[in-house]
Design a protein around this ligand. Structure first.
Ligand SMILES: Cc1cc2nc3c(=O)[nH]c(=O)nc-3n(C[C@H](O)[C@H](O)[C@H](O)COP(=O)(O)OP(=O)(O)OC[C@H]3O[C@@H](n4cnc5c(N)ncnc54)[C@H](O)[C@@H]3O)c2cc1C
Length: 484
């Protein structure tokens, strides 16, 4: 490692989605140098694919308390209240900050921010850009700023596969192209893990590599059994398999219909409820999909969804859209406090890689982009207070292990999908991929059904597990801990 090119920076950030870009820009605003490591091109981030927008209590009838209530209700007794309080109080200020950074959110005729309605929200609360092109607009603007920022060095197409440790702290990282970064702190913003499942809405890079890196370095993970399934991913349409049709379209009146053209679920219930209702219907009828009917919805509100479906031969003004649930969002991740600190000194995590406990057992729609910005700003400030790296160190390398095969992806879908059993999860414990095994261990330990985690052999919620999170220790053992 001594011969490899080495970069010295105040912060090393892994991942250039919404979380990573925002952490880097906030740190640069504080005058700090940042090395931003991105394994893929921008279009490969979940952030770029985000459609609906960011939840923030901005409307005249809204408040942080109402937003918090909806977050807690959706999270099914598992939301960490302190994390929800931070998110809901700070999200409006982060929206204003993004506007200052040049992000143009959609406005109504009077010039006020236009707010959309999504499942689980008691009122219109979701800020968006370009209709349903929010992620694309955000990532383009933030990455343009990062590229122009002299304090941010972007290491493109470099995959962090090693964390460097010295004296029990994380002091940098190394990439698969030989470059390494020494820094006061490493902030993992490497996204979620939903692409580990065979049927997913996520880009192929969402494989939980940040979680595995942190785990191998000795940080604790939490709540890996909680993987949200999005109810309306396109199925059976060539070229658009897994394409997500945003919930905001249901907020404008789109309906879910069975084979007889009848409604069977409240389309704006939280996602776990809608996905489970679809799954039960498909199981009962043997069908592959239900229909999303947006024929009555104004198509000009959602141009990118309408265009993407038109390219695949679906005219949303006359056709029904075949949809079914797909793996979408990892509620679990690297355990962090309210300043994004992991349990390993010098290692931070933000965005979908992190688990603050905010999402509980079922994320409220559009809380995740808000999370990237709220906890991203906090992470940048806290991480810059870490002590400087001593000049002379002998770091220990902790390497990322494990390629993902199609067999692993199929096994996760089969054994850790919408319905789980002890026998299936025990089979998953034998999977060659280490994260698949940890997910199985968490799902086996949680002997109840709550939010996105449904055990056929334990079909009810166990109130004794309210507010109780599943913790993966560094040695892989799984236990429980109450978080307030
Ligand atoms: C189709 C879709 C629509 C969505 N819509 C919404 C929405 O409307 N509102 C909302 O709030 N949420 C939405 N979500 C969820 C939300 O987009 C994500 O949770 C959020 O964007 C995650 O941001 P992130 O920065 O944590 O990760 P990402 O945006 O996934 O970025 C992670 C980055 O890390 C990189 N990376 C991974 N491993 C490594 C490594 N080892 N080394 C270097 N780089 C690495 C990846 O290449 C990527 O650049 C949606 C998700 C999808 C898939």
């Amino acid at each position: 490692m001594s011969d490899a090119p080495q970069i010295d920076a105040e912060l090393a950030v892994v991942g250039a989605g919404a979380a990573g870009l925002y952490v880097a820009l906030c740190a640069a605003q504080e005058g700090a140098s940042v090395a931003l490591v991105s394994a893929t091109t921008l279009a490969q981030t979940a952030s770029y694919w985000a459609q609906g927008g960011l939840a923030a209590a901005i409307g005249p009838d809204d408040s942080a308390q109402l937003h918090e209530l909806d977050t807690e209700r959706a999270g099914r007794g598992l939301v960490r209240r302190s994390a929800a309080a931070v998110l809901c109080a700070e999200a409006p200020e982060r929206v204003r900050d993004l506007e200052r950074l040049g992000v143009n959110f959609d406005t109504d005729r009077g010039g006020a921010l236009s707010l959309s309605l999504e499942g689980g929200h008691s009122l219109r609360r979701v800020v968006h850009s370009g209709g349903s092109a929010t992620g694309r607009r955000l990532v383009r603007q933030l990455s343009a700023l990062a590229a122009q920022e002299p304090l941010v060095e972007v290491l493109e197409r470099a995959r962090a596969d090693t964390l460097l440790l010295a004296d029990g702290r994380c002091v940098g990282l190394a990439c698969d192209d030989g470059r390494s970064v020494r820094a006061r702190a490493v902030v993992v913003c490497a996204g979620g893990a939903a692409a580990l499942w065979a049927r997913t809405t996520n880009p192929p890079g969402s494989l939980g590599s940040g979680m595995l890196l942190a785990h191998h370095a000795g940080a604790r993970l939490a709540d890996l059994e909680f993987l949200q399934f999005h109810p309306t991913a396109v199925i059976g349409v060539a070229g658009r398999e897994g394409f997500l049709v945003t919930e905001a379209i249901r907020g404008e009146g789109a309906r879910l219909l069975d084979a007889d053209g009848e409604r069977f679920v409240d389309e704006l219930a939280p996602r776990d409820e809608v996905s489970a209702a679809i799954d039960r219907l498909l199981e009962r009828t043997g069908a592959r999909s239900v229909s999303l009917d947006m024929r009555e919805v104004d198509p000009t509100l959602f141009p990118n969804v309408v265009d993407a479906l038109a390219e695949a031969g679906i005219d949303v003004t006359t056709d029904l859209i075949p949809v079914a649930p797909a793996a979408h969002f990892m509620m679990g991740g690297i355990t962090t406090d309210l300043h994004a600190r992991s349990t390993l000194a010098g290692l931070y995590a933000v965005g979908e890689s992190a688990c603050t406990g905010l999402h509980g057992a079922n994320r409220l729609a559009s809380n995740s982009l808000s999370e990237c910005f709220v906890f991203g700003g906090r992470a940048a400030r806290a991480a810059l207070e870490e002590p400087a790296v001593p000049r002379e160190i002998t770091p220990t390398a902790v390497e990322l292990l494990g390629e993902v095969t199609q067999a692993t992806r199929a096994a996760l879908w089969e054994y850790a999908g919408l319905r789980r059993t002890r026998a299936g999860l025990q089979r998953l414990l034998e999977d060659p991929h280490p994260l698949a095994r940890l997910i199985a261990a968490c799902a086996l330990a949680r002997e109840e059904s709550r939010g996105a985690h449904f055990r056929e052999d334990h079909p009810r919620i166990d109130p004794r597990l309210d507010a109780t999170h599943t913790i993966v220790a560094a040695d892989g053992t799984v236990g429980f801990e109450r978080w307030d």
